[in-house]
Design a protein around this ligand. Sequence first.
Ligand code: HEC
Length: 242
Amino acid sequence: MSDHNKGIPSAVLAVLIVIGSYVLMRFVAEPPLPSTLTNFFMMFVIAGVIIHITLEDQRIEEFLDFISFRSSLPIIWSTLRVAVLVLLPVFIAYNVYSKEKVTYSPPGELFQPHVTPPQWVVDLKVPEWAAAPDKWDAKLIEEGRIIYEDNCLPCHGKEADGKGPVAHAIRYPAAPTNFKEPGTIAQLPLAYVYWRVRDGGIFDKQFNSAMPGWGEELEDDEMWKVIMYTYHKAGVKPRTWE
Ligand code: HEC
């Protein structure tokens, strides 16, 4: 290959596209994508790049030229070539490392907190005074606050953000829920939350979590009030069954 002044070598472009897409998905995208999804998209990006390069013989040649050192390139490209050949393994190694690295909280994919509820939960009739968030009585919410601060605060925190005084000791299989996170109670119907609060996680092992059940500790209406307060404090609304 001789004519290398026509632009960025395709190998450099390919690597830039792959790394660029990864950085975009991993660090720029809002809300952050789960890593399984990022990897899934990356498969397409890489497949696209490979298809593009292998579509024309000339592109294959150029690509091989670039990575094989068999051509002499202008100094900036040959420097870049070395950089790319070093960066690529580093990039892959980083990826493998960050996958294998031991972390305190288990990956979200492994812990599935929102199990399908039993039928009685789906059929449950929420007491009228608790059913409509817009009509919740401030006095009942205040009663819920006292129940919350007595029972739930140690784990779920004064601000309902999962940062209670003992929260750091509970990490497995899931940390105490930050109720302000959109993926938690905001995504759950009242009856579901009632079930979670009543039966907890240890009960029957159905949630495989450190969340205690409150069915024996609290009266029914106390559980409803504490649920109302939890939503109120977190500033979110329950979902309705669809
Ligand atoms: C010993 C610590 C602890 C205490 C005390 C505690 N929780 Fe939890 N709670 C957890 C943990 C850990 C989780 C996350 C694991 C899970 O979802 O089961 C959780 C999850 C939840 C969830 C499920 C959220 C979701 O998105 O699925 C609700 C609702 C909840 N707690 C409400 C309460 C209420 C109300 C109280 C007080 C009556 C309370 N918790 C007291 C530890 C605790």
